[in-house]
Design a binder for this molecule. Structure first.
Ligand code: 9YT
Length: 132
């Protein structure tokens, strides 16, 4: 069994800080759960252009308000506490935070923790995953 606490993980390199957001990865690939689990903060006013071409992602809003725009359809869905969205089609999207948002995020395949967004707003798979 694994037991971790966000307040502890935030003090380690599990916490990544980037432009408009930070994220603490509570579970990563080497935990062998088949997914990674992150608590992500999207800063007020952030507008993130994302396209996770190599991953499925579900995001649950714990607090804060914003919206997600589906770039395939043009639909804009409001996000409030209790909203979940699942990018089941690797959906290209824009995430906007009207207020700071705390999100619980799950990735499949799991992140290993060193990824950075590429120009498309995606995370690359590493060589081992491409082989699988
Ligand atoms: C909301 C969202 O897309 N979060 C992505 C996770 C975060 N960027 C991370 O932990 O890499």
């Amino acid at each position: 069994m694994l037991v971790r606490r966000l307040k502890d993980a935030e003090k380690t390199d599990r916490k990544i800080v980037s432009e408009g957001w930070d994220s603490t990865r509570l579970l990563l690939r080497n935990d062998n759960m088949g997914f990674s689990f992150h608590i992500t903060t999207i800063y007020r006013g952030a507008e993130l252009h994302l396209h996770y071409q190599n991953h499925l992602e579900s995001v649950y809003c714990v607090s804060g308000y914003g919206s997600i725009e589906d770039l395939a359809t043009g639909e804009v869905h409001s996000i409030e506490p209790g909203t979940i969205y699942a990018l089941d089609k690797h959906d290209k999207h824009i995430l906007r935070a009207d207020e700071e948002m705390k999100m619980a995020c799950v990735f499949n395949p799991p992140l290993h923790g060193k990824e950075v967004h590429n120009a498309e707003g995606a995370y690359e798979l590493d060589a081992e995953e491409v082989k699988d």
